[in-house]
Design a protein. Structure first.
Length: 377
């Protein structure tokens, strides 16, 4: 199995497990009696992790190892899932979610570093559409499978199952490489990040990731409250639409690489994502699901175009640390979204954060249009 296929397999497996925990676990936390601020804090633990480990992980990827980091993270992820499945106390679950977030981010940065550094010549649209496709397909399958398992067996067994699935991915991490490393001067990282075009792209992504915070906290409670969906129907609502996310990501690969066209796709995708997020709050259920499909089509296009753009922002030899720094900066949006939008939703109504985040995404599409007219990525 070549390197890219191993990356796709591990990405599919890790997203299968983590995404179900991301979308469905708030219902478990409500059942345990956790309050809105506690749920927001738990999800923030996962969101906060990139701020701590993204750059150090990228630095290690550039200078020392990728495959050993991946294997250690899979082991730690399995242990964290076991804690969530067995513990019922807020401090332990919050700590486990911090570990889950760190492992997920370490895997994200390390697998992306391996993929970015792979120098095989091909259409960049095709290369990064495949990366996004397998990530999003794992999210879709994970949410459906997770909902079914939780519905039939309960959440504790779900998390224990995910622990063993994480361990099952370890053989795929064998033989990753060959890896070539060198000492990268610190000024190369500073020069790559503190440029106008990189900082503007960071701002676009910060606004984009605000809605991740609400998806991990109040999304499933909103669907249950607004439409009376049980756990199985709720997971189908989410996972079926995520299949469109994967398909939209894959579709980018049918286009030849063109930076200007990709920029226009990025802008259009932000608009679709925001408009769909707003429409999801409308009744009846069919109209809400249509909004969900629109939102996920936008997110799928974004998944491919974001990674492609990052691959062109930095040099290959330093892209591990540089991309890690970028991830740490823009995922602050996830933290802010979880800390601000979740309590706001539980206080003012669960639909309110969707309207706010959707409006911000539409505004972000206008901002990106302005930036891309003046700067080529």
């Amino acid at each position: 199995m070549d390197i890219r296929r191993k990356v796709h397999l591990i990405n599919f497996g890790r997203k299968l497990t983590v995404n179900a925990a991301f979308f469905l676990a708030p219902l478990y936390f409500l059942k345990l009696g956790f309050s809105g601020w506690q749920i927001g804090l738990i999800v923030s633990m996962m969101a906060f992790a990139p701020l701590v480990v993204s750059f150090p992980t990228g630095l290690v990827n550039d200078r020392f190892s990728i495959k050993h980091v991946i294997r250690a993270s899979l082991l730690a992820q399995a242990a964290a899932f076991l804690v969530v499945g067995r513990a019922g106390h807020f401090p332990l679950i919050a700590a486990a979610y911090l570990v889950l977030g760190m492992c997920n981010n370490v895997l994200d940065v390390s697998l992306n570093s391996l993929y970015y550094k792979d120098g095989a010549e091909e259409n960049l649209n095709r290369k990064y559409s495949r990366l996004a496709f397998w990530l999003n397909l794992g999210m879709a399958v994970g949410t459906a499978l997770g909902g079914l398992l939780a519905y039939l067996t309960g959440f504790p067994l779900l998390f224990i199952t995910f622990a063993f699935l994480s361990l099952a991915l370890l053989p795929a991490a064998r033989g990753l490489g060959p890896e070539r490393f060198e000492v990268i001067p610190w000024r190369d990282y500073r020069r790559g990040l503190f440029r106008r075009k990189t900082l503007l792209f960071c701002l676009m992504l910060f606004i984009l990731t605000l809605h991740w915070g609400l998806e991990g906290t109040i999304y499933s409670p909103f669907l249950r409250e607004a439409f009376g969906l049980n756990l199985l129907k709720l997971s189908l609502y989410i996972s079926l639409a995520l299949c469109l996310t994967a398909a939209a990501s894959y579709s980018i690969g049918f286009l030849r690489f063109d930076s200007r066209r990709n920029s226009r796709l990025f802008t259009a995708a932000l608009f679709l994502s925001g408009a769909g997020l707003v429409l999801m709050t409308f009744r009846p259920l069919g109209l809400s699901f249509a909004g969900r499909l629109i939102h996920e089509a936008g997110d799928g296009l974004l998944a491919a175009t974001v990674t492609l753009t990052i691959s062109r922002l930095f040099e290959k030899r330093s892209i591990g640390g540089s991309a890690g720094l970028l991830v740490a900066v823009y995922t602050m949006g996830n933290v802010v979204g979880a800390q601000v939008l979740a309590p706001l939703g539980f206080k003012l109504g669960l639909a309110v954060p969707f309207l706010l985040a959707g409006g911000l995404l539409v505004a972000d599409s206008g901002f990106s249009y302005y930036v891309f007219r003046r700067t080529e990525y």
